[in-house]
Structures are given as C-alpha cells and as structure tokens.
Design a protein around this ligand. Sequence first.
Ligand code: KG4
Ligand code: ZN
Length: 341
Amino acid sequence: DVSAAVLGLESSCDETAAAVLRADGTILAEAVLSQLEEHAAFGGVVPEIAARAHLEHLPRLAARVVAEAGLGFGDLAGIAATSGPGLIGGLIVGASLGKGLAIAHGLPFVAVNHLEAHALTATLPGLVEGGARFPYLLLLLSGGHCQCVAVEGVGRYRRLGTTLDDAVGEAFDKSAKLLGLPWPGGPALERLAALGDPARHKLPRPLFGRAGCDFSFSGLKTAVAHAVAKHPPGALPAQDRADLAAGFQASVAAVLADRGRHALDMLPGATALVVAGGVAANAAIRAALGRVAAERGLPLVAPPIRLCTDNAVMVAWAGIERLRRGLTDPLGHAPRPRWPL
Ligand code: KG4
Ligand code: ZN
C-alpha cells in the first residue's frame, strides 16, 4: 500500500529529527533540530547534554511532523527509530519514544540501524530517477564512520574497507581545531581552504595506492600539527593557515578518490558510486569522487546535503524497506551503541 506512512525518529548523535514518509518514498513532513550550539562550547558532542536535548525536543518534533503530514499517530503503518550505533542515552530516548507510540497506537516497531539508513538513502525514489539500483558502492563519510560498503540489497551489506584510526570527519574536525577553527571544523576548514594554495605544503596521503580500500587519517592530522608547531602558539600566519587547510583537503580528496577506485574494483557489478555522511557536503570531495565515477562510466549519487547528514527521512525510509519485508522488532529490542552493518 503506497499510501501507508511511517514515522522515523533519529537521536543517535547530536541531531534530533523526525519525519513521515509514504511507502512510495514521498516525504510528507520532516524536521531536524541541530544541537550545534549546545555542544560548541565543549568542542564536541557531550553525550549527557545530547540525551537531555533529545528528551526535551523529540516528542514535540514527532507530533509536529505527524500533524504536518495531515495524519494522526493512529493512521501510521509503523514507527521506525534509530536503535544504534550511536550514543546510548540518545538511542534510549528515540527507541523508547518509538516503542511507546507503537504500544499506544498498536503499530509495528522497527529498530533501525543508523548505518543501514545512510546506506539506503540512495534508493529513495525521489533522489535519483527511480532510486539507485543494487548493487552499488557506498562511501560512508561522517564524523563517526568511514567505510566502503557494497550495498547488494536491503539487509545485504559487505564492508569492503574501514578506517584504521580516525574517521574522515574526525580528521577534518581535529585538523580544523589545530588551525584554530571552531567546532565542527569540516565546513569552516572547507571555507578556509578556498583561500589557500594546496600545493604549498607537501602533506602525506596515507594508504594512497595501497591494495584494498581501508583508510587512515591520523598521519595527515599529525603532519598538520607539526606544520602548525613550527610557529609560536597562535602565531600561524593567515596565509599559512589557508594553505594548510587547502593542502589537508586536497590530500583527503586524493585519498578518498584512490580508495574509491580500489573499492569499485572490488565490486565489479556496481551500478553507481554513492556518497553519504556529513563529509559528502564537501564540494572538493564530491568533485574528486565525481571524477572517479565518470572514469568508470557510473553516476555519482550524492544525496542533497540535508539527507547526507543525520536526518529522520533516511530512518523512516529504512523502516519502510524493512516493514515491506515483514522485518519488525520486538518491544524488548535493546538499543545497541555498537552495531555493525
Ligand atoms: O554525518 P554527520 O552529520 O554526523 C555524524 O558524524 O554522524 O557528519 C558530521 C561530520 C563532522 O565531522 C563535520 O566536520 C563533517 O561531517 N563535515 C564536513 C563538511 N560538513 C560537515 N567535512 C568536510 N567538509 C564539509 N563541508
Ligand atoms: Zn550519521
């Protein structure tokens, strides 16, 4: 039934989000509240503050999107809530709200894996003509995750490679901090990089050209730290800052392109190269991956930025795909802070 609608809830990190989707993928309503301001003073996400903020805002957001969709909770076909991986406090808030609504309205509950939700976003029919087709190669590039995944169907994922140390978004955030930029550093570093010369500092490209598609970023971050340390604290000239930012971003883009090529070699039937996660918002990285896809005659599927970063549309969509297959979860399902795909 294409008119059946599902409520999705997301609360695994620092975005509080709710959305209602129709089974055909039509987005009826969506809302995201970012907690950036709550955490900025601490230079990163504080789990306790995040959980309390989800508790304060998620119920209201859920009621709002259901009303905006022109529905009541009882009209829904199911409730999908991110149940891992992520920060346990937030996961408990979202999963418990989802289960409570499911009990109150006699609806099925779906415990959604946040990584699966990112992975399936590309199959949303409105995104690509009819949605991406399986199998495709997913590069999941966020602050907490950095993986190459072969997406072969709903529930059929093969991790081809992952990071040996930092996630790519984490590398952006740490390098940005070294350059004196505010958290979260990714967007600020990208803006600074636009003013710099990427060729001025020779920065490492960890694992470039190596077999497989694992990642490593800590050496690159350390190289930035060494370059910064050549100057007295706080006295890095403005042009050096910009050149370092540009060099860092160029190294990351080159490494991601190289890893993407290797990953595509590992999935010969791939129909598309898909990027997801907050780092996919970076224009230089999108461009580098676009060239890799073009070399292979494949489309680069990069969801709009609001669907790349954490959101509830992807959670509702993963819920719909699971419900379609009769994959619901018991009310005793425990949220899982660690939950590999
Ligand atoms: O997917 P996301 O919103 O949250 C999770 O980590 O799950 O990703 C956030 C990460 C942060 O590390 C942020 O600095 C990075 O994505 N990011 C960027 C850009 N926008 C966000 N990194 C590089 N360039 C950007 N424009
Ligand atoms: Zn995420």
